[in-house]
Design a protein. Structure first.
Length: 245
């Protein structure tokens, strides 16, 4: 990850921090900062879309109040107040869940993508120690070293899981990056709030790190997939020399 006078390019983009004087003279730092700004802006745009959709859904579902006369009874002293959650609280709670879901899928991908610019140096340093720890965990090789699955394929089936806010995604894989080969189909679990929502027949590049079937990277669109594929292919050789802590 490129730095200038202790300022990290990605963190500066996330916090909208002003760049230090003289940073404009560092082409590598500027290029990485521009890339990070673009990725963070895209993530914010997706979160805004989620928020607008939830607000519209809450407005449509707003009940029409009906007042009926009723006898007032005094609440026994010490009895708990039984108040339903306010609609706003429900909307905010759902929005928080959606934001977390989008952040979980998008943030690791962004860190790795922006780390690709610094992967040559950070990946080489990590290779010397043989681990993907420290700064390398934010680099492209470090990300791939800790990934259980990185592959491209087509969404074959989307099935809502009863009683949850998740979908079971069946992906027909036609290209494996890690491992080098595997089954023709893999099953993933993705929160339904993740944007864009998966569609049957859609082309996807996916990465899985921690949870057995929950993606940390989910990329759609021909150009976006091509961009991700480029840094993955470049970082794969170095990632094979690392062990994930």
């Amino acid at each position: 990850m490129a730095e200038y006078e202790g300022v990290d390019a990605l963190l500066a983009a996330i916090t909208d921090e002003a760049l230090p004087e003289g940073a404009g003279d560092d082409p590598e730092f500027l290029a990485e900062h521009r890339s990070a700004v673009a990725d963070v802006a895209l993530l914010r745009e997706q979160l805004a879309v989620i928020g607008d959709a939830l607000a519209d859904r809450a407005q449509e579902a707003k009940p029409v109040p009906v007042r009926a006369p009723r006898k007032r009874t005094r609440r026994p002293e010490g009895a708990p107040r039984n108040r339903g959650r306010r609609p706003l609280a429900l909307v905010l709670g759902t929005l928080v869940a959606a934001t977390v879901a989008a952040m979980v899928v998008g943030m690791g991908w962004i860190l790795a993508h922006n780390g690709a610019g610094a992967s040559d140096s950070s990946g080489a340093k990590a290779a010397d120690s043989g681990t993907a720890g420290g700064g390398a965990s934010l680099s492209a090789p470090g990300y791939l070293a800790c990934a259980r699955l990185v592959a491209e394929g087509t969404v074959a089936h989307v099935e809502p899981l009863p009683g949850t806010t998740e979908n079971r995604i069946t992906l027909h894989v036609d290209r494996y990056y890690k491992p080098e080969k595997g089954r023709a189909e893999v099953v993933l679990v993705l929160d339904e709030q993740v944007a864009p929502r998966p569609r049957e027949g859609e082309r996807v590049l996916v990465a899985v790190q921690g949870a057995p079937a929950t993606p940390t990277g989910w990329t759609t669109g021909e150009k976006a997939i091509a961009d991700e594929r480029a840094w993955i292919v470049k970082a794969l050789p170095a990632s094979r020399t690392l062990t994930c802590p």
